[in-house]
Design a protein. Structure first.
Length: 572
């Protein structure tokens, strides 16, 4: 920080400078909280944008208002913050109440107006699948640092099959102390399962989508105080990592927070990459607003190609809430919606990871100003949001959809579908390599689509009309295969992806070729794995260096116009 900015900060600050005794008392309080919880929550005056951006590299910024900032810090981050000599106060955690915060029986749990114990959560998730085997199954995405399970359910009319249906994903409570969404998603699962077979919107959703729901993404944080209470919940995981600052970042690269990927995030990234979620949302608390991409940039720097569509679905969510909630709920910022970076920029967030790296469409739903929603408010929170949650899911069914196949054989073609002049590197979609199936949310309008695939001439589809609340179905047939010697992208396949650190990558070549193989990180670092070597047609292997992790681009270049690039994720 510059001295000028610091001076201006103090001049404008409504927080009085603390004396030496007050500062010492605050520090002792903070050290006690850090020892018990591994994190401390700070409140300080809102500084100029440049200062706030620098502070975001030290702290986990949680909320930015017109005159104040709320943030979390671990022990090391807190000590770094003290060096900035910024006046602050502590947000003291409420005392845990084991008797009030959790249910005594499973019957109490399924009233959805109380928090379950961790064993009760495990039981109720398994009971969903056991009681509704035809439309529900349970999956374990992984385990936490302390060995708790990361659970998700799949809900669909043919749940044991992977159908050509758009996939949708809800997840909650990656910040362990933001608990309202945890019970909200349990309530949603119950409503989808009990409501199926009675027609209406729920029937339509379950019949048309593959729905995945993970109610609790950070069990160690939520049950920091023990399996029997959420009263001692913490934001961070058991290793003191903020899971929503720990994903690969579009600007800052693979490890924007300086930490290795948390085990919870490794499990989540593996799960997300195994699916192609057309839409998703992650649920939080601490504010009441729908936050849409980007978080890594503010809107003056960059907006998503489908920014208008994101505004529309966010507006629909908030406006539906307003019709069913008391005045004042979810009216923060632009009457309940915001571009993430316009509120405050963050690095390593899941929303931008899913939307940028995986070409999905994800928003962040901030559902309660109170972090740990009191049990007596859980049913009200459900009533305010249940229609919006269902309507948001239904958006997955609209836009563009269809199949891409070979004109002559009918076999699937893994084509890239994009809108020239509209799309960028983050917004196009790709047809499934095994089925040719694709879905793509898109704003209403008349578009010219460009379809490209290895071995085929580019196909232009002019005047494709889309409308709000409607699916435009396309049967795209790729014809006139290009002669192999003319193509610039032969059929090269690389696997596995993701791959473990120091592991082995395999790739196939369609013909003998002198090749150079490069790895390039998102920060521009390059590693040359093969330098202009003659490789035979068929399978080859690459041993990865043992010191690289995160998202990298692998590029294979041949002397005979072969060029192939693909993102890979290297897991620790």
């Amino acid at each position: 920080m510059t001295r000028t900015l610091i001076a201006l900060f103090f001049l404008l600050s409504s927080f009085p400078l603390t004396g030496q005794q007050q500062a010492l008392s605050l520090r002792r309080q903070a050290e006690t909280i850090l020892k018990e919880r591994g994190e401390v929550r700070l409140v300080f005056p809102r500084p100029p944008a440049e200062v706030l951006r620098e502070l975001s590299h030290i702290l986990s910024i949680d909320r930015v208002d017109s005159d104040s900032v709320e943030a979390y810090a671990g022990a090391e981050a807190y000590r770094s913050f003290l060096k900035q000599q910024i006046p602050y106060r502590l947000w003291l955690p409420a005392a845990a109440s084991k008797g009030v915060m959790t249910a005594a029986t499973m019957q109490e749990v399924t009233a959805w107006d109380v928090y379950p114990t961790y064993p009760q959560y495990d039981s109720v998730m398994h009971s969903f699948a056991a009681d509704h085997p035809g439309i529900c199954r349970i999956d374990t995405l992984g385990t936490t640092v302390n060995g708790r399970l990361l659970l998700a359910v799949k809900i669909s009319d043919n749940v044991l099959q992977d159908e050509d249906e758009p996939e949708f994903f809800y997840t909650s409570t990656m910040h362990g102390d933001e608990t309202g969404g945890y019970v909200l998603l349990l309530h949603l699962i119950d409503s989808l399962l009990s409501g199926y077979g009675h027609g209406g919107q729920i029937q339509r959703l379950v019949d048309s989508l593959e729905i995945w729901i993970n109610p609790l993404a950070n069990p160690d944080g939520t049950y920091h105080g023990g399996d029997s209470t959420v009263g001692g919940a913490t934001r961070y995981n058991a290793e003191g990592i903020d899971l929503n600052r720990n994903y690969p970042d579009l600007v800052k690269g693979p490890h924007p927070d300086g930490n290795d990927y948390a085990v919870e995030n490794i499990a989540m990234m593996t799960f997300l990459q195994a699916h192609h979620f057309v839409m998703s949302a992650n649920l939080h608390a601490g504010s009441e607003v729908v936050n849409y991409p980007w978080d890594s940039w503010n809107s003056s720097e960059r907006t998503h190609a489908d920014n208008g569509w994101f505004i529309l679905i966010s507006r629909n969510y908030a406006d539906t809430v307003h019709a069913h909630a008391p005045a004042g709920y979810m009216t923060y910022l632009d009457n309940g919606i915001t571009n993430g970076g316009d509120w405050y920029e963050i690095s390593g967030g899941r929303q931008d990871y899913v939307t940028g790296f995986l070409h999905g469409r994800e928003v962040t739903l901030e559902l309660d100003n109170t972090k740990l929603t009191p049990p007596e408010n859980l049913i009200s929170l459900w009533n305010y949001n249940k229609r919006s949650l269902l309507n948001y899911m239904e958006e997955t069914m609209y836009g563009l959809g269809g199949y891409v196949t070979d004109y002559y054989s009918g076999t699937p073609v893994p084509a890239k579908i994009e809108i020239p002049g509209h799309d960028d590197e983050y917004s196009f979609t790709v047809a499934d390599s095994t089925t040719g199936y694709f879905r793509r949310p898109v704003p209403a309008g008349t578009w010219s689509l460009q379809v490209t695939a290895t071995g085929y001439d580019t196909l232009i589809l002019p005047d494709v009309e889309t409308d709000t609340g409607r699916l435009t179905w396309l049967a795209i047939r790729m014809g006139s295969p290009v002669r192999r010697e003319e193509t610039t992208s032969p059929q090269v396949k690389i696997w596995p992806n993701p791959v473990e650190e120091g592991g082995v990558l395999y790739f196939t070549l369609p013909r003998e070729e002198h090749c150079t193989v490069l790895l390039t990180s998102v920060t521009g670092r390059q590693i040359r794995l093969i330098d202009n070597r003659l490789l035979q047609q068929g399978r080859h292997s690459l041993s990865l260096p043992g010191d690289i992790r995160g998202v990298w681009m692998i590029t294979i270049r041949g002397e005979n116009r072969l060029v192939f690039s693909e993102k890979i994720l290297i897991l620790p």
